[in-house]
Design a protein around this ligand. Structure first.
Ligand SMILES: [Ca+2]
Ligand SMILES: [Ca+2]
Ligand SMILES: [Ca+2]
Ligand SMILES: [Ca+2]
Length: 486
């Protein structure tokens, strides 16, 4: 072999030759750019042995161009065809043959198989599944709600012309690739989102439905196969408005919280709304246990419209969230006075999940721009409701719906962000204190997608998500899964 000296762009280059290899330089360039003799110690053995594989000069000068290249100082120890990243290769782990650029990513194993720098980053797992093609725009497809039963997903939505829509349920297997069965639950006139709770064997459904001049709250229990186990029960029977029910399962009973104007005699028109938060209990057969219980200690007046109310079970007590927080015993009696969540507006409502030790919640700051930027916020609260910290998930100038799920070691957050020409539904993983974990995933974009507050569920290994699309001409419900497989 013939060592050479030449002056490159960086000045004098010192060349070194090794007996077993080729020539190397501090510039990392091949030393002989006119003949291969000085570069390849063993021409035509199928391997090149120059200093910088695939440098531009090499391609011109080397008559072995295109053959695999080996740099003895930068080996491919695991034989996966990629050299060690430590010396300029692209193999991020040269001790594992299953780790290399483009390798199949194994979900949630703590290893970055494909060397993209994301250790199990979030990603949509398949093509969107069309759950229901509802037909022409304005046909009244309502917000869709998602439930995980332990073995499959259940989607609930409203379908049909506004004022005469019906509640539909669809079962989707864990694989998420088809709709197993679609069921019509009621033929009456529901209003708003359907709330779902899983007992381990049955699904409890709560919804509001027009009954004369005002909506009333209804409840039904559906078997795992989707069959209605009893006729829907009218929960409320008072002369004024009852709406926006949310249902939770305690292990023994269902608890349903809703808003009610029986005390304020408010019609909740565009002129304003004043109401109270109520709760009622039901057994697994859908039989009402006791009467309606007033939860709020003062009337709630969010302004021109009502705000949602949420109920969740901690394992020992019920938590009810509106602009205040209530801790209730399993029988619905108060454990503590209502705690005002401190927003100064009854329109501000946090969507909570219980982690086993504390509450995590999402909040959309849409009006308090002087204090904080508009956007989606994550809020931590202790069992007593006291705030433990908050963080911004994303600043955005609009959100119609957001959803939160607990995984056991963090959260998934889903929200709508307004954008030029429409908007998008975005997902992000959060750590136990709400800190971002991994990049954002765009679930749907550019088609005015819509999500409900119960659109995201955790299965134990991945998330399921449902959303509604208005494309200007038609409305449809879609489903997909998000896994940590990027
Ligand atoms: Ca390798
Ligand atoms: Ca490797
Ligand atoms: Ca992995
Ligand atoms: Ca990766």
């Amino acid at each position: 072999m013939r060592p050479s000296r030449r002056v490159g762009p960086g000045g004098l280059v010192v060349a070194v030759c090794l007996v077993v290899g080729g020539c190397y330089s501090s510039s990392g360039r091949e030393q002989d750019d006119s003949t291969d003799a000085g570069v390849d110690a063993r021409p035509d053995d199928g391997l090149e042995r120059d200093a910088a594989a695939d440098d531009a000069r090499d391609e011109v000068a080397d008559d072995d161009a295109g053959e695999p290249e080996v740099d003895p100082s930068c080996p491919d120890r695991d034989g996966d065809g990629f050299r060690d990243a430590a010396c300029g290769g692209t193999d991020c782990d040269d001790s594992r043959g299953d780790v290399y650029p483009g390798a199949p990513e194994v979900c949630r194993d703590g290893v970055d198989q494909d060397c993209d720098g994301l250790v199990d980053g979030p990603a949509l797992l398949s093509d969107d599944l069309l759950v229901s093609d509802a037909g022409p725009s304005g046909s009244g497809v309502g917000p869709s709600t998602l439930l995980w039963t332990g073995t499959e997903f259940v989607v609930a939505w409203l379908q049909g012309a506004s004022g005469s829509s019906t509640i539909r349920l669809a079962r989707i297997p864990a694989t998420g690739d088809r709709v197993e069965r679609e069921i019509e639950v009621t033929e009456r006139r529901p209003l708003g989102a359907v709330s779902l709770a899983w007992t381990g064997g049955e699904i409890g459904l709560a919804w509001a439905e027009w009954s004369g001049e005002y909506p009333e709250v209804y409840f039904a229990v559906v078997g795992a196969a989707g069959d209605l186990l009893a006729a829907p029960l009218r929960v409320t029977d008072d002369p004024w408005l009852s709406a926006e029910p949310d249902v939770a399962w305690t292990g023994d009973e269902f608890a349903i919280a809703w808003i009610d104007t029986r005390l304020t005699e408010s019609a909740c028109t565009m002129m304003g709304c004043s109401y109270d938060v109520y709760l009622a209990r039901f057994d697994v057969h859908g039989t009402k246990l006791g009467g309606d219980l007033r939860v709020s200690e003062r009337h709630v007046s969010p302004g021109g419209s009502w705000a949602p109310v949420w109920v969740a079970w901690t394992g020992t007590e019920l938590g009810v969230f509106w602009s205040s927080f209530a801790r209730l015993r399993p029988d619905g009696s108060a454990l503590a006075p209502n705690l005002d969540l401190g927003y100064g507006s009854d329109f501000d409502v946090e969507l909570p999940v219980w982690t086993g030790t504390e509450w995590g919640a999402l909040w959309h700051n849409w009006h308090d721009e002087a204090a904080t930027p508009e956007g989606i916020y994550f809020v931590r609260r202790g069992p007593d409701g006291a705030e433990r910290g908050r963080s911004v998930v994303e600043t955005t100038d609009g959100s119609s719906g957001f959803s939160l799920a607990w995984t056991g070691d963090g959260y998934g957050a889903l929200w709508y962000a307004r954008e030029e020409g429409g908007g998008s539904i975005r997902f992000r993983g959060l750590g136990v204190e709400g800190e971002p974990a991994g990049p954002r995933v765009t679930v749907a974009a550019g088609i005015s997608p819509e999500i409900s507050h119960r659109a995201l569920v955790w299965t134990g290994t991945e998330f399921g998500v449902v959303w509604l699309v208005h494309d200007g001409a038609s409305e449809a419900v879609y489903f997909n899964r998000i896994g940590f497989c990027d």
